[in-house]
Write a protein that binds this ligand. Structure first.
Ligand code: RP5
Length: 166
């Protein structure tokens, strides 16, 4: 069974900002289950999903939530798989609330927390791929190609800037 990632979000209102995460996972060839499941609004279906995920080949959870963001912590409380938390930058507090709720876990309940804003969802996807690449040489090669392409794109941007500056 190939390794799968589960991307959970607390609300469909989070999805637009998570599309770059899904896109990055797809570019790297990772299979992904994407679900709206809330620690607060659908607690029982969330736990059912988490408890069944390992049996379906899920090897890692990405959990995105805003506000009082308990999603990643609740998932981590119900699994031994790695949990990556993505705090969403919702109004009125701009994501500081979600960042603190996701990062400040009690000892014994690990959640690797990513940044607030557009970098967080992409970096969480890349980090998930790096973890899974430890046991998947083909994925490791795709990650290396992705990093090279990124460097080339920055070099092109620099060349354009130099041309503009004369
Ligand atoms: C969180 O509450 C969700 O992750 C979302 O960021 C936030 C607001 O949800 P909606 O009221 O937009 O459904 O659980």
């Amino acid at each position: 069974m190939s390794a799968k990632v589960a991307l959970l979000m607390g609300s469909d209102s989070d999805f637009d900002r998570l599309e770059p995460c899904v896109k990055t996972l797809k570019e790297l060839g990772l299979e992904c289950e994407v679900r709206v499941l809330s620690a607060h609004r659908t607690p029982a279906p969330l736990v059912e999903f988490v408890e069944g995920a390992g049996g379906r080949g899920v090897r890692l959870f990405l959990c995105a939530a805003g506000g009082a963001a308990h999603l990643a912590g609740v998932v981590a409380a119900h699994t031994d798989l790695p949990v990556l938390g993505i705090p969403m930058d919702n109004p009125p507090l701009g994501g500081l609330d979600a960042l603190l709720a996701t990062v400040q876990m009690p000892g014994g309940v690990p959640v690797a927390t990513f940044g607030v804003g557009s970098g967080g969802p992409v970096n969480a996807a890349l980090f998930a791929a790096r973890v899974l690449a430890l046991g998947d040489p083909a994925l490791a090669q795709r990650l290396a190609a992705h990093r090279s392409a990124q460097a080339e794109s920055v070099a092109k941007k620099d060349a354009r800037l130099q041309a503009r500056l004369g």
